[in-house]
Ligand binder design. Structure first.
Ligand code: GLA
Length: 677
């Protein structure tokens, strides 16, 4: 976090945040008073204003129009609604691009994107940087002391829709970045393995971004370019943040993340999480996925982890369907509240939406909103007002922290590396493995923190490593020290293979994880599409796997499951290695749901984790705890009522009922119990 960081909570907000993106510039001013009155009716406490307003705020170069923003901020303030005020730097105006067409980004194929949607930015462009600094300064100078100002919202979702730019300005910037990272050309040539295919560089000026090449480009060059692109956006964020800190001291600065790898995969949020005063996130369901609440929980846990366990804020989700998925599946009654409160259970200090009022025009008019086209006589509006009342009742949870049972290792850099071309199987999918392991833990009713591979693992009984293709020696040592000190680790296949530049670690696979796991992998055995293999285990039990197998030699590890058939028949498939005080499991094949559950049950037993088999399926149970109290969130995603034991009597905050015995959570409902101690 920034050294002079303001306190990590929206200033002047004493309730949970509830509201959404508010775009008053899309509406005639007559509508604004109705907006504000309805916001009050819905229990809105904060709105995000001005995210796409640059053209309205600076209609011509250097000519500002703040009158409309003054008026709406005054109205919001009078209504007691706090404002998350944006710098509009995600969409520079048309006049800017006319003067600076070079600030439009260029694709890998060499095509320049045009103005007419949003987010068309070359992050290396000096003209963009100067213009962004000017509008940020103008806003900060005018509104720093505004009584409605709760926090600053820089830009919008860095990383999408386009991050990488391959223009000449970016190329020169990339070379400067490489120089700072590698120091000498010799080191760069070594790191990139340029001896292969005769790619050695003799002069910095010879190096280009990894533009379109006849066949696969140097993987280390691509990986460094992905890092560079991420850093170039981060430099621009820092520039705006530092200006805001200087001109508007004490007001927290955020930028809305999209940590879910289903939505944005170009940003290393471990890095960005340290740069913002408050971590905020946008999350949208994968609407057609039957169990999309699991993906939601994963995103929320990942966001909390990126925030270092501190409270964070859900800045956008949807009241119902969205316009940008193949089918804008509407949420079922009660689903919006379950979604919102699941984020709160996992650490969010509120629930905000895109957007307040559904637009009439433009690309997003078929996106749901808090105030839909149908108006207030609608299911969505009734649920929005009900949720507003619910969040008011949940104010006591503010400042408490979600309690986790286990950790999952996740690394964006490793994922970037694994996704490059020419891997042993195109079916290898790091995100799929992370999601599958997360779902298996969710189904065992375990709450998960995510951890960087070199991060602090102290205190977790169980650490799961679903896919860590790129792993540094420090990551390997970290996991080994954790196990030796008594922890239990589960590692899935194709992990520990390469270093930070995509070069295979010396010696047999799995490189830096060999000692932890007590085994070597002689050969990868990717399976044919549709092929599966059988595994036999303790007492003759059977599991099946597909996609991937390996020829494993145990060197200290105990083979627990063996391949019964397939290319590695007779060899160890799942192993368990005792080292120091702890245990490390290795899974060398792609297991399905029940196989993963079997392994995680055994590892959980090693880790001494409580069995929660008595809890109903799809009953999400999460605890937030702090000095002022302890809160149990029970979210019933199933269509039958659930009954669960309570560790202590307490008061249910949404209904106000006191409860001592088992808690009934009706089908589709949420209950939040303030436990007595
Ligand atoms: C993103 C953006 C919003 C809006 C929503 C639609 O999260 O930040 O401006 O486009 O998606 O779902």
């Amino acid at each position: 976090m920034h050294p002079a960081a303001p306190s990590p909570a929206p200033r002047g907000l004493h309730r949970l945040a509830y509201g959404g993106d508010y775009n008053p510039e899309q509406w005639p001013e007559e509508v604004w008073s109705e907006d504000v009155a309805l916001m009050r009716e819905a229990g809105v406490t904060m709105v995000s204003v001005g995210i796409f307003s640059w053209a309205r705020l600076e209609p011509r170069d250097g000519e500002y129009d703040f009158g409309w923003l003054d008026r709406i901020l005054a109205m919001l303030h009078e209504a007691g609604i706090r404002v998350d005020l944006a710098t509009p730097t995600v969409v520079p105006p048309a006049w800017f691009y006319r003067a600076h067409p070079e600030a439009l980004p260029v694709s890998r194929e060499g095509v320049r994107w045009e103005f007419g949607s949003r987010g068309a930015i070359c992050h290396s462009s000096p003209a963009y940087q100067e213009a962004a600094a000017r509008i940020t300064r103008a806003l900060a100078e005018r509104y720093a002391g505004h009584p409605a100002l709760a926090m600053w919202h820089v830009h919008n979702e860095y990383g999408v829709p386009v991050l990488e730019c391959y223009c000449e300005t970016s190329a020169a910037h990339f070379r400067r970045w490489l120089h700072a990272r590698h120091g000498t050309l010799d080191r760069l040539n070594e790191a990139w393995g340029t001896a292969f295919w005769g790619q050695a560089y003799g002069d910095w000026e010879e190096i280009q971004p990894p533009r379109l090449t006849p066949t696969t480009a140097n993987p280390a060059q691509r990986l460094d370019f992905a890092r560079f692109a991420d850093d170039s956006a981060l430099e621009n964020f820092r520039r705006e943040r530092d200006l805001l800190h200087a001109l508007s001291p004490g007001v927290p600065v955020t930028t809305n993340f999209m940590v879910s790898p289903t939505q944005c995969d170009t940003i290393d949020y471990w890095k960005w999480g340290r740069e913002v005063d408050i971590v905020t996130n946008d999350h949208y369901l994968v609407a057609e996925d039957d169990r999309n609440h699991v993906n939601l929980s994963m995103a929320a846990d990942l966001t909390r982890s990126v925030a270092g366990g501190r409270p964070w804020l859900l800045l956008e989700h949807s009241t119902s369907g969205v316009n940008w998925q193949p089918r804008g599946i509407a949420k079922r009654p009660g689903e919006m509240a379950r979604n919102s409160l699941a984020h709160v259970a996992r650490g969010s200090e509120g629930a905000m939406f895109f957007q307040w009022r559904a637009s009439r025009a433009g690309a997003e008019k078929f996106h749901s909103a808090m105030l839909p086209h149908a108006g207030t006589d609608s299911r969505i509006w009734r649920e929005v007002t009900e949720l507003g009342r619910g969040l008011e009742a949940l104010a006591p949870v503010r400042g408490t922290r979600t309690v986790a049972d286990a950790a999952v290792v996740w690394d964006w850099e490793s994922w970037w590396a694994q996704k490059l071309e020419w891997r042993p199987s195109e079916d290898l999918d790091a995100r799929e493995r992370a999601e599958a392991h997360y779902a298996a833990l969710f189904d065992r009713h375990l709450t998960v923190d995510f951890v960087h591979p070199e991060g602090d693992l102290t205190g977790y009984p169980l650490v799961v490593v679903p896919a860590l293709y790129l792993a540094t020696a420090a990551a390997g040592a970290n996991l080994r020290a954790f196990a030796e000190a008594g922890g239990t680790v589960v590692v899935s296949y194709f992990s520990g293979i390469v270093d930070a530049y995509d070069a295979v670690h010396p010696g047999p696979h799995p490189g830096v994880l060999r000692e932890l796991l007590g085994l070597t992998v002689e050969e990868f055995q990717p399976l044919r599409s549709g092929e599966s293999v059988r595994l036999t285990g303790p007492d003759g039990a059977e599991l099946t796997a597909d996609t991937w197998a390996e020829t494993v030699t145990a060197r200290g590890a105990e083979p627990v499951w063996l391949y019964a058939d397939g290319p590695a028949a007779g060899r160890p498939a799942i192993t368990r290695h005792r080292l120091g005080e702890g245990t490390a499991w290795y899974v060398s094949a792609r297991l399905g749901t029940s196989g993963l559950d079997t392994v995680l049950a055994a590892a959980s037993a090693d880790a001494g984790l409580p069995g929660r088999d008595h809890l109903p399926h799809d009953l999400e149970l999460v605890r937030r705890s702090g000095e002022r109290g302890e809160y149990l969130f029970a979210i019933n995603h199933a269509d039958t009522d659930a009954k669960i034991p309570l560790p202590a009597p307490g008061t249910e905050l949404l209904t106000g009922e006191t409860t001592g015995g088992p808690l009934v959570v009706p089908a589709g409902a949420v209950r939040v119990v303030a436990l007595e101690h």
